[in-house]
Ligand binder design. Structure first.
Ligand code: NAD
Length: 511
């Protein structure tokens, strides 16, 4: 399958420049080599995408939905296991994690194919004066959308944002991470198999230079990755005056109140903190626990930790796998050492596991965390959970909000009404109450960051409409020859005089 993927990419880039290598993080073995696409090749892909887009936009939305539905059927059915293999081979995650990636994309397809027609229909709006004029807002595709994605969820982060972009009538150019490009390549082949024209969905491979070149040629850029790179993308997009969305880093907090179900909260801290070995933008990195239940909570976490099975096997019983690259291993180790040197209490883990593979690191829990520890400020992006104590809710919130990030968060309490009020005090794009990570998996709920965690939202109606440009069309139903060569003719002046009182008496006239 990888050979086929290479041939496919080579056919997109007939004269590939320098290549890059993709390795299996668990075994270190070479998976394949792919071209580092040059700016000229990116420009050529964008030209092809632009030509294909005008035809794609003419395909009825219903038909576009049918193709995406066929794609979801392939992914849910015969091709799921193939894709899971590819994801695992280049990312190193466990079987259940790769399975979840395919499930998220199927559910994204189902959600948008159900709603796209309704949301893309022209909408009737209240014009200048109802009755005299009529108004509609049309949703036109933007043109060519670029998607730059990271390596931690190579299928989800390529596809979940581009399904709505395609349904809205755009063509798409994917620039997957150079660390995990094959998952996207395979998924795009499935889109073609489902009926999408070749140039409507294209993949270009390469590193950051290829990504930067892509920003120069598209009409919208959807970027997922680090805050540092996101800033560069935003600056270039601003120069070109193109719209963009940025899904960036996080250092997410879980707050556990004294009335919480401690057993369940601790289980979720462990599973949401060590999912994908902690290489998740919204993984639980900091847990802040109210003082009366602090030691109890740590004991529960320790007990759950003891049940974690880390390894390389294919079984559903392997819970934590390898890290994906050396940088993450080194950062995790540095954050652990820093926290312990500054007085952190090691509750579990703390060591690399070279016996399992070069990039394995034990799921680690450190208690008595303080704000000056690196892991309490910066994203670790590895299997490390820091636990801090707070004397009350106010202090817990203040601690939770004390980082430059604001992606997701979670709150644990039995009093869910009070919980919903407290949730509004979190500086984060979403809050899960008595749950963790679930907003991203809910296609009807907007997901995205505040502060340095991002700009824009994915999911929901907004997650589709952001790939369109609204065009308002107003029609004068009784056009007349104006009585003077000015906008402010007698008729308009009379309308302006009468409009406010009339709207008061006859509200249906106004907005
Ligand atoms: P990264 O920023 O290093 O790379 C992301 C992508 O950007 C890659 O495809 C890379 O080739 C490309 N790139 C690099 N330089 C570029 C440039 N100058 N112009 C355009 N593209 C460029 O991030 P990463 O290490 O791949 O991913 C990890 C980061 O992603 C973490 O910070 C994580 O929190 C974040 N992330 C965020 C979300 C979210 O939804 N908010 C999801 C997953 C990951």
């Amino acid at each position: 399958m990888i050979d086929q993927a290479e041939r496919y990419i080579a056919s997109l880039n007939p004269t590939p420049p320098a290549e890059f290598e993709v390795h299996n993080p668990v075994t270190g073995e070479l998976i394949g080599r792919l071209p580092n696409s040059s700016p000229a090749e990116v420009a050529a892909a964008a030209d092809r995408a632009r030509r294909a887009q005008s035809l794609w936009a003419a395909v009825p939305v219903k038909e576009r939905c049918r193709m995406i539905d066929r794609f979801a059927n392939l992914l849910h059915g015969p091709r799921r296991e193939d894709l899971i293999k590819v994801i695992r081979q280049e990312n190193g995650k466990v079987y259940s994690g790769a399975f979840a990636e395919t499930a998220v994309i199927v559910s994204t397809c189902d959600y948008y194919t159900k709603n796209a027609e309704k949301w893309l229909r022209p909408e009737r709006r209240v014009p200048f004066v109802r009755g005299i004029y009529r108004g509609h807002v049309h949703r036109k595709p933007l043109g060519v959308v670029g998607n730059i994605s990271p390596w931690n969820y190579p299928l989800v982060l390529s596809l979940m944002d581009m399904i709505p972009a395609l349904l809205a009538g755009n063509s798409v150019i994917f620039k997957p991470s150079e660390i995990t490009p094959y998952s996207t390549i395979e998924a795009v082949k499935l889109l073609h198999e489902a009926g999408l024209p070749q140039d409507v969905a294209q993949v270009i491979t390469g590193d950051g230079r290829t990504g930067a070149a892509l920003v120069d040629h598209v009409d919208y850029i959807m970027f997922t990755g680090s805050t540092a790179t996101g800033r560069k993308v935003a600056m270039r997009a601003a120069e070109r005056l193109i719209p963009y969305s940025l899904e960036l880093g996080g250092n997410d907090a879980m707050v556990v109140l004294r009335d919480a179900d401690i057993h369940k909260a601790a289980a979720n801290a462990v599973s949401a903190g060590f999912e994908n070995s902690g290489q998740l933008c919204m993984s639980v990195e900091r847990v802040i626990v109210e003082e009366p239940v602090y030691e109890n909570f740590l004991a529960e976490m320790q007990a759950w930790h003891a049940q974690i099975n880390m390894g390389t096997g294919d079984s559903m019983d392997v819970h934590v796998g390898s890290l994906t690259n050396q940088r993450e291993l080194e950062r995790t180790q540095a954050h652990v050492e820093d926290a312990l040197a500054k007085g952190g209490r090691l509750i579990a883990g703390g060591q690399p596991r070279p016996d399992l593979g070069p990039l394995f690191f034990e799921p680690t829990i450190i208690a008595d965390a303080r704000p000056d520890m690196l892991a309490m400020q910066d994203e670790t992006f590895g299997p490390l959970i820091m636990v801090a104590k707070a004397k009350d809710v106010a202090e817990a919130l203040q601690l939770a909000n004390s980082t430059p990030y604001g992606l997701s968060s979670s709150l644990w309490t039995r009093d869910t009404r009070r919980g919903e009020e407290i949730a509004l005090g979190f500086e984060s794009g979403d809050v899960n109450i008595n749950a963790a990570l679930l907003v991203l998996g809910s296609p009807d709920m907007e997901f995205g960051g505040v502060k340095e965690s991002g700009v824009g939202r994915r999911n929901g109606r907004q997650g589709l409409l952001k790939y369109t440009v609204p065009q308002s069309i107003l029609v004068d139903r009784f056009p007349k020859v104006p009585d003077a060569p000015t906008i402010y003719t007698r008729r308009i002046v009379w309308i302006l005089r009468l409009m406010r009182p009339l709207k008061r008496w006859l509200p249906f006239l106004g907005s």
